[in-house]
Write a protein that binds this ligand. Structure first.
Ligand SMILES: Cc1cc2nc3c(=O)[nH]c(=O)nc-3n(C[C@H](O)[C@H](O)[C@H](O)COP(=O)(O)OP(=O)(O)OC[C@H]3O[C@@H](n4cnc5c(N)ncnc54)[C@H](O)[C@@H]3O)c2cc1C
Length: 418
């Protein structure tokens, strides 16, 4: 148990994705009695299928100046990288209005600063946590590479690069030959590259999260399959109710990703959380050695990641809520561009997947106490960067619970900031 943490508390963490598992381990490390619960097996949500990139220092929010025109232009294309399902439009509209308001220059600058404050601690926090998990082999160095064919698309990254300069995010600009040196199997069509060398990658997010859960249990913590339907706070006790019965505890951390809005609402917090759905397509294991790191195709907005089990094509942003059926045409439509990018890629799909990124309009997570009680903490809304931010989120929440000052000022991530 660390010095500041003299009191061992019973804490339930709801949600066994990367954020919940990291938080549970960090709390246990502080000497607390931790029960991690999930309605499904660990890592069944967005954490299962992401691109595995730990983008250290990432600072570019999704709502950038001009986003409204970008969205209008994109949704007019067949199978665009961003889409809004027609029957979800009325539901997402309030979120979209807030999102567009976040694209004003002043908001963009603030959001970039607050995102960077967290992401600059990503790699160091993961190293600390993965040493503990003995799963360090799943965390590989190698950086994060974005590649562009045309000068026009590369020039369009100018605003993002300016934000990177302003926040002090480290990156290098690469030419075609330098891209080839890093990734010899890429077709020689990419003339411009942006390389963030100190980023990491996770070669199997599911194995990492399951490993964290196993470690928690081997050290005396508990994992329970439990679906929380109702959450009630009374004096110093919290009751969680679901089909499996009632769980009582002293403190709760809500880390239920895209499903967190309804739990927070029961506690009186109306948080504009929605989901940017994303997809992946897996290629056979033999393809994994074609790349050395995740590579973003800046022309078609998708990522090709070398995973333990094969190359993964991931991307797309789809606003269709938590209940709409997946539309796998979205990710299948990326396969021709992936093959153009990697001429040696001749394989066909092994599997497809859809997951729910938990997103707020300002691209910042909600971190800290609920507005009504200090017995409930929030750790959700990590949008495109939950894998990056899992470890630092766990450390921040454990600092709060144990009465230490977190490494980052948490005011920008408050639940009531909207
Ligand atoms: C295609 C794609 C690519 C991505 N690539 C990257 C990347 O390269 N790098 C990066 O940093 N991020 C990436 N992300 C984002 C990242 O995956 C998410 O931000 C992250 O996984 C969110 O983690 P989480 O633990 O908050 O949520 P989740 O992983 O969704 O976990 C939430 C858990 O809560 C459980 N749950 C929900 N409600 C309840 C309830 N009522 N009771 C009990 N349990 C409940 C669910 O079953 C689930 O297991 C990507 C996302 C997608 C979709």
């Amino acid at each position: 148990m660390s010095e500041a943490s003299s009191v061992s508390r019973k804490i339930v963490v709801i949600g066994a994705g990367v954020v919940g598992a990291s938080t549970a381990l960090a709390l246990q490390d502080d000497g607390h009695n931790v029960v991690l619960i999930d309605r499904e097996a660990p890592c069944s949500g967005a954490s299962f299928g992401n691109a595995g990139a730990i983008v250290n220092g990432s600072c570019v929010p999704t709502a950038m100046p001009g986003i409204l025109f970008d969205v209008i232009r994109m949704i007019a294309q067949p199978l665009p990288p961003l889409s809004i399902r027609i029957n979800y439009f009325h539901k997402i509209l309030p979120w979209l209005i807030r999102f567009v308001l976040q694209s004003r220059s002043s908001a963009v600058h603030a959001n970039a600063t607050h995102l960077h404050a967290l992401t600059k601690l990503a790699a160091v926090s993961w190293r600390r946590l993965s040493n503990d998990t003995k799963l360090a082999d799943l965390l590989q160095p190698g950086g994060w590479l974005k590649v562009y064919e045309s000068e026009k698309t590369f020039s369009a990254t100018g605003k993002a690069r300016k934000l990177m300069d302003q926040t002090g995010t480290k990156y290098q600009l690469l030419n075609g030959a330098e891209i080839h040196d890093l990734e010899p199997n890429l077709a020689p069509i990419f003339k411009y590259g942006i390389f963030q060398q100190d980023s990491l990658r996770i070669t199997n997010p599911q194995r990492l999260v399951q490993g964290m859960v196993d470690l928690l249990v081997s050290r005396g913590g508990k994992y329970k399959q439990f679906a929380v339907e109702a959450i009630l706070t009374e004096n110093e006790k919290i009751s969680l109710t679901g089909p499996q019965g009632v769980l009582t505890t002293e403190k709760v951390v809500i880390a239920t990703g895209a499903w967190s809005r309804s739990l927070a609402k029961q506690l009186g917090d109306r948080i504009p959380l929605d989901t940017e759905r994303g997809y992946h397509l897996m290629l056979p294991e033999s393809t994994r050695s074609l790349l050395n790191r995740p590579v973003v195709n800046g022309e078609s907005s998708f990522v090709l990641s070398p995973m333990e089990t094969g190359l993964r094509i991931s991307g797309q942003v789809e606003f269709a809520g938590l209940d709409g059926k997946p539309d796998y045409r979205r990710v299948r439509s990326l396969l021709p561009a992936a093959k153009r990018m990697l001429p040696k890629l001749t394989s066909q799909e092994e599997s497809v997947w859809m997951g729910f990124r938990p997103s707020l309009p300002d691209s910042l997570p909600v971190l800290g106490y609920s507005t009504r009680t200090n017995n409930v903490l929030y750790a959700f809304g990590h949008q495109h960067l939950g894998m990056t931010l899992g470890a630092i989120t766990g450390l921040i929440i454990s600092d709060l619970v144990s009465g230490r000052k977190p490494a980052v000022d948490l005011a920008p991530y408050r639940a009531d900031r909207f």
